[in-house]
Design a protein around this ligand. Structure first.
Ligand code: UT7
Length: 330
């Protein structure tokens, strides 16, 4: 049976740093509130007309270079995003154009913060079956152009940042591989965290009245999302470990989705993990949704926190609701 392995990683964030104090000049919030509730100290925001496929281009080039491959070697590009550059076609097509490789298959994954975990699992299946050999998996987001910059949206606006991360998957040639993935969703809670408009279920999809109501901005019941995250994150980590005969003691590094430092600390406590078993970088980037795990994974590798043979778990939860985990032998 074939397996897949991550052969290259890359990430890219915009240069512009937006601190909590910068936000406090725009809306009624404070550095203390944001740091205390979320751990976020700053985030990166794009300047002008920049989309997630633009951010993903440099991350993808770096991941390809590390993998020793050219874009022409790719069989497919999978792009996980909740903030696609345009409504359709998908950001994977835009990235494919920038990489200059017409003919390569493209796929967009719309699983919000769990998008990269789902995308990695999908890519892994295509390589396992032998249908494909080299797949670029990207998580990329631009949130800053879609935030409510009034007090109405302050609970959401302070959380999100822009960025992209990329991984190149190839056929494994030794024990380094993606061992397993567990994926879940609960659509009965789709409206707990959503961006409704423009909505094709409405006719018209968008009207001045709807804009006045702010329905083109993300809406979130933060407490519900928080409760779900601290319950499901530890459960899915345990599930993927147990299914493969491991316990939390075997984890060398857990890379949780970066939505809230408090969520990750509570999940780590529930799992009985030491601080050095969990990687967080939300302080610098805020929540970059589908991009948060590949950015964090790349930073952890660059910092020398992951070495060959280590057992690594990626775990995420988010809108949908969706949650899931990948188990990787590095
Ligand atoms: O990837 C998944 C994405 N989302 C998440 O993971 C979010 C999960 N949820 C959370 O992280 C937390 O629920 C938040 C950080 C969003 C909010 O923290 P909380 O402790 O649940 O606060 P809250 O929503 O209950 O609000 C507490 C107070 C309210 O004021 P009152 O009613 O007590 O007077 C809010 O109006 O804080 C107020 N508030 C703010 N104050 C200053 C809400 N947003 C802000 C803000 N600055 N930005």
């Amino acid at each position: 049976m074939r397996s897949s392995r991550i052969a290259g990683l890359g990430h890219f964030v915009p240069e512009r740093i937006v601190t909590n104090d910068d936000l406090a000049e725009l809306i009624d919030t404070s550095n203390e509130w944001i740091v205390q509730r979320t751990g976020i100290e700053q985030r990166r925001w794009v300047d002008g007309d920049v989309g997630p496929a633009d951010l993903a281009l440099q991350a993808s080039k770096d991941a390809l270079e590390e993998a020793g491959l050219s874009a022409k070697d790719l069989d497919m590009i999978i792009f996980a995003t909740l903030s696609p550059d345009i409504n359709f076609p998908g950001s994977s097509c835009l990235l494919q154009k920038s990489l200059g490789v017409p003919g390569v298959a493209t796929l967009d994954i719309r699983n919000q913060c769990t998008g990269f975990v789902y995308a990695l699992s999908v890519a892994d299946q295509f390589i396992k079956t032998g249908m494909m050999n080299h797949i670029l998996v990207v998580g990329g987001e631009v949130h800053s152009s879609g935030m409510d910059m009034t007090n109405r949206g302050r609970d959401v606006t302070v959380l999100f940042g822009d960025g992209a991360g990329a991984a190149v998957l190839t056929v494994a040639d030794d024990e380094s591989c993606i061992l397993d993935s567990k994926l879940h969703a609960d659509g009965s809670n789709y409206d707990v965290l959503m961006l409704e408009l423009p909505a094709s279920r409405l006719n018209p999809r968008l009207s001045p009245e709807m804009l006045d109501e702010g329905r083109h901005y993300p809406q979130m019941d933060g407490r519900k999302v928080f409760r779900n995250a601290v319950t499901e994150l530890p459960k899915v980590v345990t599930e993927v470990l147990e299914a493969n005969g491991y316990t939390t003691e075997d984890i060398d590094l857990l890379i949780p989705h970066q939505a809230n430092l408090r969520i990750n600390q509570m999940a780590a406590r529930t799992l009985g993990l030491r601080e050095d078993q969990v990687f967080n970088n939300i302080q610098k980037y805020g929540n970059t949704t589908a991009a948060s795990i590949p950015i964090a994974l790349h930073e952890a590798v660059e910092a020398g926190l992951i070495k060959k043979g280590d057992l690594v778990v990626l775990a995420a939860f988010g809108a949908g609701l969706t949650w899931g985990a990948n188990l990787i032998r590095w």
